[in-house]
Design a binder for this molecule. Sequence first.
Ligand SMILES: [Zn+2]
Length: 473
Amino acid sequence: MLRRAHSAVVNLATRAVHLADGTTARRAELDRFDCLPREEQERIAMSRLRKLLAHAFERVPYYAQVAQQRGLKPEHFQTYDDLRKLPLLTKQIVQRRWDDLVARGGPSKHIKASFTGGSTGTPLSFLLDQQYRGYGAADKARCYERCDYSFGEPLVFIWGSDYDSAAHKSLPQKLLDRIGRNLLWVDTFNLSEELLERHSERIVAHDPVLIVGYLVSLTMYARFLRTRGGRRPSPRALQATAETLTQPDRKLLEETFDCRVFDRYGSREVGLIGHECEAHEGLHLSPMCNLTEVVDANDKPVAPGQTGRIVVTNLHNYAMPFIRYEVEDMAVPIQRFCSCGRASPLLERIIGRAGDVIISPSGKLIPGVFFVHNFGRLLSGRDLVKQYQVVQESRAELTIRLVPSEGADVATLQNELTDMIHQHADSAFVLTFEICDTIPSTSSGKYRFTISKLDQPFTGNSPGSDCQPDTDR
Ligand SMILES: [Zn+2]
């Protein structure tokens, strides 16, 4: 009774906040857009793009140069095909031309700096403005509710990023989470079996309707529950993110938690890119927020059913526009419409991102994303590394492969990385650095930011295997 009253109060409060901060209006706008015919969606999205380009060509030095060199004007962009008049924005360009990608003369208030260690191994920092965050929040709110979840109902985040988790560790924030959001935040970074046991009891006690988590954390938790037996939570749905959701992983999660699993795909640089709806017929894109292309090696759109590189244009971040940004994941687009009635385009599946769990000498289980976030934090704003990879050779030995940027002080960088790993992961790690020209992808075409040659605890992977073959999905 008390729980239900709590949920109802949080629901009311969240609605009031969303009404006041514009989330409700933006959600309605996005929902209306989803139901328009695709031609109408294209017309509206391209008109947004022209507005963004008018800003970028005038105020963002990098794009002013592109416009001048190619003789481009905003009115040259009428259909999705016209996007190809613009060059791709790679992570290397963002690293190299960072200052030139920041808009001049705009309001600096409400702009937040963010960064990623790059799940594809290239660290990056960037700026996000208020409009970007507003649309991002509205789109995310929709994707939670597509999992049959209403705000206020008990929610659990099982999150593999210590960077995100740090914000949920203070007492005031914990109170706000539990009372104000009915949210239990579980930090799965640095897991041990004992900690899993403790977390598991807390999760069961919270009785979540929805569990949102890093895929690696969710599968680890599922395998732990299956190994240990005992009580399991019974959520209505799971939402998995941060890595490719393969068919075996989906089956494992569905069977363990006896509920539906929703795939969600996004990146820190451009936000939510795709999300499954209740029909589970692919990931719905949201062209009102992100124009997503899937292109081949010649920058041409791939045919439906074919695999291509994902390129995203965010339509709302005027502080630092990401236009035709190469996310460095692959996807397979679908031509058909989803049976849910929304006309927004679909991706059949995502192929990308994978990382093994690293086991520290003292027995902590460290998800690969630990390295993604901590490399990102350490390298934020500095053009030092083009790519990296962490390989666990034995319980105590890590090999750090680095592709340094030109002119980078490699010795200092190695010292900083050593300090970071010793301080935040385990001081007993013995590190070897390997300086490389490139870091190859695995046989399945995926780049893996961490590779373990040890048995994978609760992950079902044998050493040295490609843990999530994309063809299985
Ligand atoms: Zn649908």
